[in-house]
Design a protein around this ligand. Structure first.
Ligand SMILES: CC(=O)N[C@@H]1[C@@H](O)[C@H](O)[C@@H](COP(=O)(O)O)O[C@@H]1O
Length: 308
């Protein structure tokens, strides 16, 4: 997709064999991943750092900052950072692939430490509003101009409403990061969809995280003009089945692109999608027109970041 609309991906944990949450990714690794992203028609991404011990998150954030400082293509492609965790819901199902023992309640001091390590590059923070007491971190982040996105959460309706009033403006991978067995009506997916007028709703369109017919329903309710497609790609993106990593965890990828943490099939652990395969899915499985695909994969993510 060289001459078409350029994709913009708000959630990328790795690409082409490079894990952005690894403790030994080199500048050369970042160069390779970003060159492949650019060749795959991706104009910009937010490199995503997920829950871990704070020292590990800090050093991974610094590593991304350094890789950008040293290399033009990395600077061009990695347009910012998405910090996903550690202030998420620790309960099984909601915590998903994040290491539960590193999850913690939201804390302004810790948040500031992470923001400082990212040196002004943080554009999105995913947290669980119900774990942000007094919504203090939500308020602080929105004052700082950082997008607060709810995710890996089970926020009740009144907490979501208060979070929106405090600056919450996005929801991370709607339909995922929640248990498979939840109440058929009163669940976090229905709650967030009821707030879709106020939130950017992000979806993973790989056909593994959400069946296409359900994704079609979600997009109709949320509206293509308020929705964003992300890959949530891990290092396996663009490669075949095998064993990969996200941070200190091993991820198995099967021949259908289903990811799992070392033999535990209870939840997914990122995708192997690229923006090209995601756009193809929207075209071929959801039969969306090109304008809608462009909004979901390029215009809306940039609008959310106030880049257009
Ligand atoms: C990189 C990464 O790990 N991304 C998340 C994962 O954290 C989460 O566990 C899963 C939940 O999906 P599920 O709720 O459908 O299992 O979605 C994504 O794959």
């Amino acid at each position: 997709m060289i001459n078409g609309p350029q994709y913009f991906d708000l959630q990328v944990n790795g690409y082409d064999g490079v894990d952005f949450n690894s403790d030994d990714a080199s500048g050369r690794d970042y160069h390779r991943a970003c060159t492949r992203l650019a060749n795959d028609g991706v104009e910009g991404i937010l490199a995503t750092v997920i829950t871990d011990d704070i020292d590990a998150m800090v050093s991974r954030l610094r590593r991304i900052v350094r890789a950008r400082d040293e290399d033009e293509i990395v600077r061009k492609v990695i347009q910012g950072i998405h910090i996903e965790g550690p202030f998420i819901n620790e309960r099984t199902g909601y915590v998903g692939a994040h290491p539960a023992n590193s999850v913690r309640p939201a804390d302004t001091e810790v948040m500031l430490q992470l923001l400082e390590a990212a040196e002004g590059l943080t554009r999105i923070v995913t947290l669980a509003p119900e774990r942000d007491g007094g919504l203090k971190v939500t308020q602080r982040l929105s004052q700082e101009g950082v997008i607060v996105s709810a995710g890996h959460c089970e926020a009740p309706l009144d907490v979501l409403r208060a979070a929106v009033d405090s600056g919450l403006s996005m929801f991370t991978h709607v339909g995922n990061g929640c248990p498979k067995e939840i109440d058929r009506h009163d669940n976090v997916i229905q709650r967030v969809l009821s707030f879709a007028d106020h939130l950017w709703c992000c979806f993973i369109a790989d056909g593994v995280h959400i069946p296409f017919y359900a994704l079609g329903n979600y997009l109709q309710v949320a509206g293509v003009d308020r929705s964003i497609v992300v890959t949530d790609a891990i290092s396996a993106a663009g490669l075949g089945p095998g064993q990969y990593t996200i941070g200190g965890q091993q991820v198995d990828v099967d021949e259908y692109g289903v990811t799992s943490i070392a033999g535990d099939k209870s939840h997914l652990a990122g995708s192997v999608a690229t923006m090209t395969t995601s756009a193809d899915n929207l075209r071929n499985h959801l039969h969306l027109d090109e304008d809608s695909i462009c909004m979901l994969t390029s215009l809306n993510p940039q609008k959310a970041l106030s880049l257009t």
